[in-house]
Write a new protein. Sequence first.
Length: 532
Amino acid sequence: MNFAYIAAQSGSVSDDGGSGIKSLSVFGLALKIAFTVFAASLTSLAATRPNIVFILADDLGWKDVGYMGSTFYRTPNIDRLAREGMQFSQAYSPACVCSPSRGAIFSGKNPARTALTTVWDGPGGPDDRLFDRSKDRGGANQFLEAQHRHALPRSEITFAKALADGGYAAGFFGKWHCGEVPGYQPEDFGFQVARGYRLPKAGGNTKGHWAKSYPTNTLANLPALAPDDYLADVLTDEAIGFIRTNKSRPFLVMLSHYLVHLPLQPKPELVAAYDGRLHSDQTNSKYAAMIGSLDNSVGRVMRTLRECGLEENTMVVFVSDNGGHTGVTSNYPLLGGKASPFEAGMRVPLAIRWPARVKGGTTSQQRVVGMDLYPTFLEAAGLPLRPEQHVDGVSLLPVLTTNAKLTARPLVFHFPHYSGSAAPNSVLLEQDWKLIRFYNDAAGRHLLYNLADDPFEQRDLSTAMPEKVRALDELLTRLLADMKAQLPLKNPDFDPNGKKISNRATTLAHAERDRLMFAARVETNSPSRGAK
């Protein structure tokens, strides 16, 4: 509203011989009209801003839902959400494990940039300082794990804070895992209401999916929790309550499920539905039942939006925090799984539904990553972008609304730690080239794949193309340096003959062993054999 223009026009109608009385009167009327129009415009803006419902699954593999190819798991509600919105066939989580992936989604920054690069075991620590140990420092290996944080730094402005500052009601329900101690919990990062996250005395791990799995009063702000409550249902109840309470204003709801993380604790009545069901490489009925509970949660949320008349202008995002755990599910034909540097470690299902702006039944094959959600939310909400904050993400709004092509960019995945399936590593995706760098190898420490020709990582080209390896490795080094990434530390007690050596060979062997197992299941359980 141009107040100077209004004032000038008001003054021009004065005919009182210079007294200005009539001029002031007209000016006051004009100012009142201006403020009325301005207030109305704010009300209109609030009415057109989308609500945002962000449903984050834990450890759900890229094909653990029907629309991505599962023929065993039943996910009708998730499939409908995807069918009525845009599906992303090449979506990546920011990391191959939970905490760094979540921290990156919240902050818009690569885990290498914040140094929240792994999960940890034991107390979270009093602050966001750098720690030397998470779970396994490295034993007798050539390198020890990199220093890292046990919490998202307090200096980070999350998308929740940005949306709340922009007038959104922000509620969080479920697993946080970006800091377990006071000062590093959801309320400290912009959420006005937060329930169901683990308090320090609960410990840092998912203990189960029934309330009785946790000591009393160790899940935040759920005083009425009964021992036999199923957490997914309770968290969904809380999220639905928040939606109904705030339906007359723009809101952000983050429903961050503990499902489908281990341990396997399904509802018994859902398991029976999978007994005797035709299967292929995915066969675990208990895991399937947990996915069923996750799907039921999605269905309840979508039904609530319809009942409240909010379905049209609510952006619903469904995604997983990292790849599927090969101990309970198959990611075949992709290689690897959770905590590995291969495609199945970071490839996840992603669907975004927003009928007011996004055409249903659409698919994007562009590579996108979890950090992209932050600027997407801000642009969708009509709020200023914060490029200095979400420095590693780009808004997907042009893709969602016009199927625009994103500018090509390299993607970096930095996991300088040990897991049960991988040695410390860094990954670079540059166009269709994928380079994996391992740190516990004096020579031959790379794997090189061309994902356009070899999407399942079956042919390592590192020996045949040393110049390509060298060029990509130099680029990876520059990108990590730009992010001030913490790197593995030389181990003064390195013993080449020690036990539990973990390197390129052991990491690849573990993934190949899983692939052969799941490929054999596919062959054994193929319909032509009549298997059930």
